[in-house]
Every structure is written in structure tokens, then in C-alpha cells.
Design a protein. Structure first.
Length: 235
């Protein structure tokens, strides 16, 4: 046994240095299903804040995202996420929400932790437009980042911004019955991602133009990725 171990160590040595065994690659290192050129094609007018590297850096926080199921499902999920993101941000143009009159209303002071960053600090930011103090608290706790006390990180750090988008996508069902991630990997369809993000205001005929905007983006992005959009596009 000792000889066998010695032989293995010897085979790992190159010029007297032992080669360290590498851990399994993360989702980003293994290769995201959306290339940088495809990302740029999807968002030709994007704000420079929304970097491709920020997105791929964020993948390590939720490695199941666009990395579950068949290649078709992986590409469909990536397209679905980016389509909703595109709708929320005007094509990745807006880092913070534009209707500033809403800002004072995004803090629920009845929460035990209150509003330590100030009453007007929790407006929409990032690819999913994270808003409200309780969402900043929940996302920060999940990601190990103090977003409650410093929500401005979401508009200052591209990786943090993308992570908050993936946090919602992978863990929150909103007004829907499933997370957007589960909707795509379990075959419920793109329409259920809309329901989970803004269904109370858009689905069931409440705002068909907004739903159509999301569907149009999803169909464009699946075409860029060379994959069919699947069924159940509407909510």
C-alpha cells in the first residue's frame, strides 16, 4: 500500500513539484450556455454596469441556474431569465428604477430590523429591480452580503446585482406558485416565470401588453441561442 501511494505521488510530481488536484469546476468555469457574444447580441444598448463577467461571477451563488437538465432546458432557462431581466430594465439599460416618486414607499418600518439605511433607500435596483427592505434583508442573508445596511451595493457591484437577480429567480415564487427556476426546469413554461415575477399585475388579462413584451424578448433570446421556446408562453 505504501509503495502504491508513493507511486501515485511520484506520478503527480513535475520537476519536484506536486500538482494539486483541482476541485470540480463551478457553473461559470464549466461554461455558461450563453456566450459573451450572444449576451452582447441580446443587449446591444446595455448599460456598461451590466457586465458579462459580473453575470458569470454570480453563477457560483446558484450553480443549478441554467445548469440543470438537458442542453435545451439549460438554454431555455437562461433565455427566460434574461428575457424577464430585459423587460425589467429596458434591455439592461436601467440600474435603478426610474419612478423615484415611489422610493419612500419601499420600507416596511414595522419589520423588527427597521430601515437602517434610511426610509428612502430600498428602491428597485439591479436586473430584477430588487426593492423593499425585507427583500434586501432576505437576499443579503441568503448571499452572505449585508444589503440591509448597504443596499447601494446592488447598484455599485455588477456581481452583487446579478446575484440578487438569481436569488429571486432560484428561491422566490412571488405571486406565483413556483420559483421561475422550477417553472423552467420542470416544464411549466415561460408563462409561469412571468406569474412568479409580476403575475398579480400582468397575468390573467391584467396587462397583456406587458406579458407580450416579456414573451417577445424570450422568443428573441431563444432564437439567439438556437433553441425552441417550448410551450405555455403566456400566463
Amino acid at each position: 500500500m505504501r509503495r502504491r501511494i508513493a507511486a501515485i505521488l511520484s506520478s503527480l510530481a513535475l520537476g519536484g513539484a506536486v500538482v494539486a488536484l483541482q476541485p470540480a469546476p463551478s457553473a461559470s468555469a464549466a461554461g455558461f450556455v450563453v456566450s459573451e457574444s450572444q449576451f452582447n447580441q441580446m443587449f446591444p444598448n446595455r448599460n456598461s454596469f451590466y457586465t458579462y463577467s459580473g453575470l458569470t461571477d454570480a453563477l457560483s451563488a446558484y450553480p443549478a441556474f441554467a445548469n440543470t437538465g438537458s442542453d435545451t432546458v439549460k438554454k431555455q432557462e437562461a433565455a427566460a431569465f434574461l428575457a424577464n431581466v430585459s423587460h425589467e430594465t429596458g434591455g439592461l439599460v436601467y440600474v435603478v428604477e426610474q419612478n423615484t416618486s415611489n422610493y419612500p414607499h419601499y420600507c416596511d418600518a414595522s419589520q423588527p430590523y427597521g430601515c437602517p439605511a434610511g426610509q428612502a433607500a430600498y428602491y428597485g435596483r439591479g436586473p430584477i429591480q430588487l426593492s423593499w427592505n425585507f427583500n434586501y434583508k432576505a437576499a443579503g442573508d441568503a448571499l452572505g452580503i449585508d444589503l440591509l445596511n448597504n443596499p447601494y451595493q446592488v447598484e455599485q457591484n455588477a456581481s452583487v446585482a446579478w446575484k440578487t437577480g438569481l436569488w429571486y429567480w432560484d428561491t422566490q415564487s412571488g405571486p406565483g406558485t413556483m420559483t421561475p427556476h422550477n417553472a423552467m426546469v420542470n416544464g411549466a413554461g415561460f408563462g409561469q416565470t412571468i406569474r412568479s415575477i409580476n403575475g398579480s399585475l400582468e397575468c390573467d388579462g391584467k396587462n397583456p401588453a406587458q406579458v407580450q413584451s416579456r414573451v417577445d424578448a424570450y422568443q428573441r433570446f431563444t432564437q439567439v441561442l438556437g433553441v425552441s421556446p417550448g410551450d405555455n408562453l403566456y400566463c
